[in-house]
Design a protein around this ligand. Structure first.
Ligand SMILES: Cc1cc2nc3c(=O)[nH]c(=O)nc-3n(C[C@H](O)[C@H](O)[C@H](O)COP(=O)(O)O)c2cc1C
Ligand SMILES: CCCCC(=O)C(=O)O
Length: 375
């Protein structure tokens, strides 16, 4: 790892202030996943930045997701001679070279003209999974064609018209997706003040949710309060793909899910974009892990911004984590290269944090290495 201050990028010149403090200017190239947000914001239309960054209600949950990681501390082990750690993980839909997946996020062409194609190529380069949103602005088949090496999973909002839901499932299968990630936290769309203030309802001319094409039209995505466990059962009969439920927050639902043939759960509050004041995702994790009792892998997303966040979630029992906004910021800041850089930063941070924790792999992490601090 390069220490800040030992290497400078072109154009940077440290100077000494009159109090003697050595100041290094903000780098021209972002050095941390968080630094990509400012670079992205500078390039995005304000209504699109607010769509990506924002959340529901007072954004209590948006803030909580990141803040909760700050309240958890890592307690490293020493002298274990663990060597250089492995970062790969085994998941229901195959292996990934790193435990950080690309969470499904909508509308990538608002961030970059190549849209989801660029994201998929970057995920392939990182050897990780991209969960393609049902609301992608490039059809899932075209995403797969643009990045043949990528491992893709398909995120689905079950549509009340089950015949059309089946069409979507077949499209995902035909594209070679290895799992279905069924989002269950959206019986209605979250109330997002930032979107309402901008009047952001529609994609610009020439952009559409390409997976929703049906003959000559593009169907609207229906978020229906009628969706129930029965639909999960129908889906289970419809496909042999592993089904992962995304957005399970209550341990009682985690237990119920085990009776419906799911291969995994993704603990998530949708990045704070659906119901506001849901607890931080990492705070929901331990109870869900306990409820599932190892029957299926439990993944999580929400607020992961550092390699140390990844270790905390995995020590608490997550099989992997996913990142939403950091990928969007990379994409908006610098297209495919930006996403590649965000994923590479996260991978190297995970590797370094594992080394500092005395771990040979993520399997050496355990809940005893995480403490709740009072900050
Ligand atoms: C701009 C944006 C669009 C999203 N679109 C979807 C989506 O289409 N389907 C879905 O299941 N989740 C969607 N999510 C939620 C993400 O999958 C994920 O749960 C969340 O972003 C994780 O939090 P993070 O952004 O703090 O990493 C979206 C999130 C954002 C920020
Ligand atoms: C209709 C697209 C929904 C995308 C989404 O899930 C989000 O913006 O959070």
């Amino acid at each position: 790892m390069t220490g800040v201050g030992t290497t400078r990028m072109a154009g940077e010149s440290p100077h000494v202030t009159d109090t003697g403090t050595r100041v290094i200017p903000a780098p021209a190239v972002p050095w941390t996943p968080r630094e990509f947000e400012a670079a992205a914001r500078a390039r995005l239309a304000p209504e699109h930045y607010d769509y990506f960054a924002g959340g529901a209600g007072d954004e209590v949950t948006v803030r909580a997701n990141e803040a909760a990681f700050g309240r958890l501390s890592l307690v490293p082990r020493v002298l274990r001679g663990a060597g250089r750690p492995r970062t790969d993980v085994t998941l229901p839909g195959g292996r990934a070279a790193m435990p950080v997946l690309v969470a499904p996020t909508a509308f990538h062409r608002l961030a970059d003209p190549e849209g989801e194609r660029a994201t998929a190529r970057a995920a392939a380069a990182a050897g990780t999974v991209m969960i393609v949103s049902m609301a992608s602005t490039v059809a899932v088949g075209e995403v797969a064609a643009a990045a043949p090496e990528a491992t893709l999973w398909f995120q689905l909002y079950v549509q009340p018209d089950m015949a059309f839901t089946e069409t979507l499932v077949r499209r995902a299968e035909a594209a070679g997706c290895r799992a279905l990630v069924v989002t269950v936290d959206s019986p209605a769309r979250g109330l997002r003040d930032r979107e309402r203030r901008h009047g952001f309802w529609d994609l610009p001319e020439g952009m559409a949710c390409e997976n929703l094409r049906d003959g000559g039209r593009v169907r609207p995505i229906v978020m229906s309060p009628e969706i129930s466990w029965e639909h999960i059962d129908l889906l289970r009969e419809m496909t042999t793909l592993p089904i992962i439920l995304k957005g399970v927050a209550h341990p009682a639902d985690a237990r119920l899910a085990l009776g419906h043939g799911v291969s995994g759960l993704l603990v998530s509050n949708h990045g704070g974009r659906q119901l506001d004041t849901v607890p931080a995702a990492v705070d929901l994790l331990p109870e869900i892990v306990a409820a599932v009792g190892g029957a299926v892998p439990v993944l999580m997303d929400g607020g992961v911004r550092r390699g140390t966040d990844v270790l905390k979630a995995m020590a608490l029992g997550a099989g992997a984590v996913a990142v939403g906004r950091p990928v969007i910021w990379g994409l908006a800041a610098d297209g495919e290269r930006g996403v590649t850089r965000v994923l590479d930063l996260l991978r190297s941070e995970v590797e370094q944090a594992l080394t500092l924790c005395g771990c040979a792999s993520v399997h050496d992490l355990d809940p005893g290495m995480v403490r709740r601090s009072c900050r």
